[in-house]
Design a protein around this ligand. Structure first.
Ligand SMILES: C[S@@+](CC[C@H](N)C(=O)[O-])C[C@H]1O[C@@H](n2cnc3c(N)ncnc32)[C@H](O)[C@@H]1O
Length: 240
């Protein structure tokens, strides 16, 4: 193999069931609290390979899910799983582009690319009356985080705690209806398939790929060591 660093990254990340932490129960929690109707129009913003599409359809069996991601190979992977389902539209593009209107915007592990305030402002005109948004965002669960906990997010400049996230939500003109931490099952649903893939890729990996595999293993170890101090907070929000 002669991977460049970015190719090596996607060699590791291709064909994983999901690209960030989360589980079916997170979607069910948000959908139930949101009072989602069976025919809800849903946006899965930055869907990755579509790991949450099944849970979103279970929450709205006669609804429609528009799933969009910037990285075309993830959408191609989602196509293989959901391409024949008429309830699903798969798009390559920016997560703020689909015009809607949507009853529910779901964004797992990707609002940090834009920032909470910017993402919510961009989605405001895309929400149907009564529509809600659920998103997960890096969060500190302690006032005294260790260096390891801070290092896990690699200096993410907006890293804050639950009150800080709620303040960003309010600044965008939204109210926080409820929050919950993404639990260990959600994180392991992301990390365990990645570990299996690392083990498969190790033999014969070139220097670029080895570096990416080392980094991924270090990230997994860092989260396991500091998971009481930091993680993702899932917030359910509605326009104020
Ligand atoms: C941590 S992954 C989460 C993916 C998916 N929600 C999941 O939980 O499996 C973040 C995703 O955001 C996508 N992404 C980043 N910026 C984006 C943007 N502006 N519009 C659409 N997708 C974006 C990346 O391509 C990547 O698939």
């Amino acid at each position: 193999m002669t991977d460049r660093p970015e190719d090596a990254f996607f060699t590791l990340h291709a064909d994983l069931p999901r690209e960030g932490p989360g589980e079916t129960a997170d979607v069910a929690w948000a959908a139930e609290l949101a009072g989602l109707k069976p025919d809800a129009r849903i946006l899965d913003a930055a869907s990755g390979p579509g790991g949450d599409i099944g849970a979103l359809l279970r929450a709205a069996p006669s609804g429609h899910v528009t799933a969009i991601d910037l990285h075309a190979p993830f959408i191609i992977a989602a196509q293989a799983r959901w391409g024949v389902d008429a309830r699903v539209t798969l798009l390559t593009g920016d997560m703020t582009a689909p015009e809607g209107p949507f009853d529910f915007i779901w964004c797992a592990g990707a609002v940090y690319f834009l920032g909470v305030e910017a993402a919510l402002r961009a989605w405001t005109p895309r929400l149907a009356p009564g529509g809600v948004i659920a998103f997960s965002e890096p969060c500190l669960f302690t006032d005294t985080p260790s260096e390891g906990a801070l290092a896990f997010w690699e200096g993410y400049p907006r890293l804050t705690d639950a009150a800080g996230i709620a303040a960003q939500v309010a600044a965008a003109g939204f109210t926080t209806l409820a929050t919950r931490r993404i639990g260990d099952i959600g994180w392991e649903s992301y990390f365990r398939p990645m570990e299996a893939r690392i083990a498969r890729l190790r033999p014969g990996a070139d220097a670029a790929l080895s570096a990416v595999l080392d980094q991924a293993e270090a990230e997994i170890a860092l989260w396991r060591a500091h998971r009481a101090e930091t993680g993702y907070l899932l917030s359910l929000v509605s326009p104020a």
